[in-house]
Design a protein around this ligand. Structure first.
Ligand SMILES: Nc1nc2c(c(=O)[nH]1)N[C@H]1C(S)=C(S)[C@@H](COP(=O)(O)O)O[C@H]1N2
Ligand SMILES: [Mo]
Length: 217
């Protein structure tokens, strides 16, 4: 897929990365705090993406799981629902400084998916690709965290198209740009490689508690 065109917001966020905007310099998580440094709380759920929202019906949706796995596979909507369905509760932290507490998600745990495809020993990272051409990368340890999930429902309702329906990733312990909407492919890789934002000044890992907003250079 071609690299998506940059919208105004995309260009602005790229500029912030260059300027190091929102860095507070605090690097450790105080035991008593739930809000990461430099974040503020919102009650609504903002929509952020590259501005090209693909219309992917449940019928058309497919997830290709490829790369360094013992059992590469393509899941459709029915196959996804044959896997164990799980519920989880977590907070969202977006690099643009908003956080939203207590989101109820339903879907398939990444760990349950990994039991099925069985990553090879030499896999150390994943690259996620979405229907809008977006890509983002994760170290395998983060992707395989207990609360990482392929999400189909939010607050008891099917995930809306603007929030990445029918299926998005949610990795709550990292900044939300790692949580790919409209997910179409998971590639298991030997080495961590940069995705879209990671090539545009954002951090390879993105831990909100360590304020890993931007890359070092
Ligand atoms: N496919 C895709 N996934 C994406 C993005 C995108 O542009 N395309 N944007 C990321 C960013 S920067 C954020 S903050 C969250 C926003 O998710 P939301 O719109 O549901 O709040 O989606 C992430 N996942
Ligand atoms: Mo974001």
């Amino acid at each position: 897929m071609p690299e998506p065109e940059m919208s105004k917001l995309t260009a602005t966020k790229r500029k912030w990365a260059v300027e190091g905007k929102f860095l507070t310099g605090r690097m450790t998580r105080p035991e008593t705090e739930r809000l990461p440094p430099g974040q503020h709380l919102v009650k609504n759920w903002p929509v952020l993406d590259l501005g090209q929202r693909p219309e992917v019906s449940k019928e058309r949706w497919r997830l290709d799981v490829r790369g360094l796995v013992m059992h590469p596979m393509t899941l459709d909507w029915a196959a996804l629902h044959e896997l164990p369905q799980s519920d989880s509760l977590s907070d969202i932290h977006c690099v643009t400084t908003w956080s939203r507490y207590d989101n109820h998600w339903r879907g398939v745990k990444i760990r349950d998916l990994m039991d099925l495809v069985h990553p090879k020993d030499e896999a150390n990272a994943v690259m996620l690709t979405s229907y809008d051409g977006y890509t983002t990368n994760l170290p395998l340890a983060d992707f395989a965290s207990d609360d990482a999930m392929l999400v189909t429902d939010w607050e008891g309702q099917p995930l809306t198209e603007e929030h990445g329906g029918p299926v998005r990733l949610v990795v709550p312990h990292l900044y939300f740009w790692k949580s790919a909407k409209w997910l179409s492919r998971i590639g298991f890789l030997r080495e961590d490689r940069p995705g879209f934002w990671e090539k545009n000044g954002y951090h390879m890992r993105g831990d909100p508690w360590a304020e890993e907003r931007y890359s070092e250079d």
